[in-house]
Design a binder for this molecule. Structure first.
Ligand code: SF4
Ligand code: SF4
Length: 179
């Protein structure tokens, strides 16, 4: 397979500094609203702050890949004496929880590092975090060319899992007839 140069974008999370202000969720949902900044709904954010006040837990987690199946087991972590809930560190939109799904359509949400044209200097959540919890970094790596599923395919997969293939085909046919 051919090698290509790829810019790897990462956000380092210094979770100990997070105070749960949720500014990252607010700006992410506003930036991804259609049209941009037309609405704010943290349930649509591609970053969620897992919060447990009594345990002093504030953990920012970014939305990752959609997965159609629940995992076979769950993990619990204890770090510095704090016990984190099952699924706390999981980035997937999956059938067993509502996290990282659009509240209206149920479609999975995924962090896209605020891709935009022209490109932003840094992602919006990084800019909005005043406690330096989120630290943006870029590096260039040589990687093998891959055929990744694009956002449309991922969305279609999620719809097929939720409603079944035939219902999706029927809906598309109905829309085609109307247009
Ligand atoms: S903006 Fe920063 S401090 Fe506030 S919740 Fe998000 S990560 Fe935590
Ligand atoms: S990088 Fe952009 S898309 Fe990803 S969580 Fe932050 S604001 Fe949202």
């Amino acid at each position: 397979m051919a090698k290509i140069k790829k810019t790897i974008k990462t956000i380092k999370v210094d979770a100990d500094k997070c105070n749960g202000c949720r500014a990252c969720e607010v700006i992410c949902s506003a930036f991804h609203a259609e049209p941009k900044y037309s609405s704010i709904n943290p349930a649509r954010a591609r970053i969620q702050v897992i919060t447990h006040r009594l345990k002093d837990i504030w953990l920012p987690v970014f939305a990752g890949e959609y997965t159609p199946a629940e995992c076979m087991g769950r993990d619990k972590y204890i770090i510095d004496g704090k016990e984190y809930e099952e699924c706390s560190f999981c980035r997937a939109a999956c059938p067993s929880r509502e996290m990282f799904k659009d509240p209206d359509s149920g479609l999975p949400l995924k962090c896209d590092m605020c891709e935009s044209d022209p490109p932003l200097e840094k992602p919006k959540c990084v800019e909005a975090c005043l406690n330096d919890v989120l630290i943006y970094q870029e590096r260039v790596e040589e990687v093998e060319e891959e055929c990744a599923l694009d956002d449309i395919q991922t969305g279609l997969e999620a719809l097929v899992d939720k409603h079944g293939f035939q219902k999706l085909i029927d809906a598309v046919a109905l829309m085609a007839n109307r247009s």
